[in-house]
Design a binder for this molecule. Structure first.
Ligand code: ATP
Length: 202
């Protein structure tokens, strides 16, 4: 029996913040693998323009190519329906009954978690692994963790990780403004965005 990390996200585009929390989770939780699962059409972002799923998946593949423990999983994109994490977690639990699943997320996602659809089911199938960015963050996150434990019987682990204030929306804005995104995404992702003229129009 091993442990598998699940890193879901819009990944529009994937960036070094995502990679850094996934790698720290891998190390600190002794994960065998981290699955990167780009969302089809996330319920909370339905009204925003989501770059074509094929591009988002390709960027994930380019970003993780040099890490043998990282795997791209396109199951939510193939479904072409609204993505619900609880359905994906339930499916993964059925496929990998011997594995311990860790659902990796940023601290902001832990804060919002109780508003997600069917959080209880997610907690039944996976331990939540939330990134802590600095010591003052830890007390706040422990508060959210305690609340989720009471509400849903959640198991929560905190992952220590350096703060990287990069976001996909910030990166899209930078590209639109003609500003550099070098060193905020892997070079292969930067080159892919440039070659395919992604995010140049709003
Ligand atoms: P957007 O800016 O469009 O909202 P995002 O950069 O937050 O996007 P998502 O794909 O929505 O990216 O995020 C996937 C997961 O990665 C979420 O759990 C989010 O909390 C986490 N995350 C995103 N950016 C960072 C970062 N810089 N450091 C740590 N975690 C992050």
């Amino acid at each position: 029996m091993g442990s598998i990390g699940i890193m879901g996200g819009t990944f529009n585009p994937i960036h070094n913040g995502h990679l850094l929390i996934a790698e720290n989770a891998r190390e600190q939780l002794s994960l065998e693998q981290v699955l990167f699962i780009p969302n089809g059409a996330p319920p909370h972002k339905r009204d925003k323009r989501i770059e074509d799923g094929g591009h988002r998946l390709r960027m994930v593949e380019l970003a993780i190519a040099d890490n043998p423990a990282f795997v791209a999983d396109d199951r939510e994109l193939r479904e072409k329906r609204v993505s619900y994490s609880y359905l994906t977690l339930r499916e993964l639990h059925e496929e990998l009954p011997q594995e311990e699943l860790y659902f990796i997320m940023g601290g902001d996602s832990l804060r919002d978690f109780k508003t997600w659809y069917r959080p209880q089911i997610i907690c039944e199938h996976a331990t939540l692994a939330a990134a802590v960015r600095e010591d003052c963050d830890r007390a706040r996150l422990l508060g959210f963790a305690r609340e989720l434990e009471q509400l849903f019987g959640a198991r929560v682990r905190l992952i220590q990780t350096p703060e990287l204030s990069v976001s996909s929306s910030g990166l899209r804005e930078r590209v639109r403004a003609g500003e550099t995104i070098r060193y905020q995404v892997p070079e292969a992702v930067r080159a892919y965005i440039e070659k395919n003229h992604l995010y140049v129009e709003g």
